[in-house]
Design a protein around this ligand. Structure first.
Ligand code: TMP
Length: 219
């Protein structure tokens, strides 16, 4: 039987301010430095359709409030497009994919955060992602107060405003964090929880040592 060449699929997840984007980009640079073919994607977004959806979800670019049910389905729609147009074709040709958020964000934010049934979120995710299940998911876990401080600093530096979901009350974000911790307990083979209160260098070093133990990265 023909062996299917498959790249690795790595996702970064967690509450706001945990440094997911920094870590995902650093990992991509490191892998590229080793000569691996690797792509960075982000959610929502990563395709023209997904980026249009991102505008609606984050800044109400359609000009009307997004109801919670629509929010779930738009995140899933962006994901379905990203999986079929970018992630699966890349994995199938042996390219590695590093994604800044993925399906676990819907379970954590819309399931645990908004209060939709978690099992329904998992069903919707399964439909959206097909066989694109991450090989490993780094949960950058952070105290919500500290995450908010980092977020505020970033918005100050970049002169940007909090988006629609970042503006949710603290209790919402606490539920999201607890939700992520439950997901990590439910799928311990896939999830690695990292203490994201540490410096980016320390977190990146742990990401790398976990990956080295997990797969023959340099081979
Ligand atoms: P970020 O990529 O800058 O963190 O912004 C994405 C925002 O969207 C963030 O607040 C988390 C939220 N989100 C969800 O609520 N559900 C999802 O499925 C995804 C991918 C993101």
């Amino acid at each position: 039987m023909k062996k299917v060449m498959r790249g690795k699929f790595i996702t970064f997840e967690g509450p706001e301010g945990g440094g997911k984007t920094t870590q995902a980009r650093r990992l991509v640079e490191t892998l590229e430095g080793l000569g691996r073919e690797v792509i960075y994607t982000r959610e929502p977004g990563g395709t023209p359709t997904g980026e249009a959806i991102r505008g609606i979800l984050q800044y109400n670019t359609a000009g009307e409030p997004v109801c919670p049910e629509t929010e779930v389905l738009l995140f899933a729609a962006s994901r379905a497009q990203l999986v079929r147009h970018v992630i699966l074709p890349a994995l199938e040709r042996g390219c590695w994919v590093v994604s800044d958020r993925f399906a676990d964000s819907t379970t954590a934010y819309q399931g645990y955060g908004r209060g939709f049934p978690v099992e329904s979120m998992l069903t919707i995710n399964a439909f959206a992602i097909s066989e694109a299940v991450p090989d490993i998911t780094f949960l950058l876990d952070i105290d919500i107060g500290l995450g908010f401080e980092r977020l505020a600093e970033r918005h100050r530096q970049t002169n940007t405003a909090k988006d629609r979901i970042e503006q949710e009350e603290r209790a919402f974000h606490e539920r999201v964090r607890q939700g992520y911790l439950q997901l990590a307990e439910r799928w311990p083979e896939r999830f690695r929880r990292l203490d994201a209160a540490r410096s980016p260098d320390e977190v990146a070093a742990e990401v790398w040592s976990i990956l080295e133990g997990f797969t023959n990265i340099t081979g």
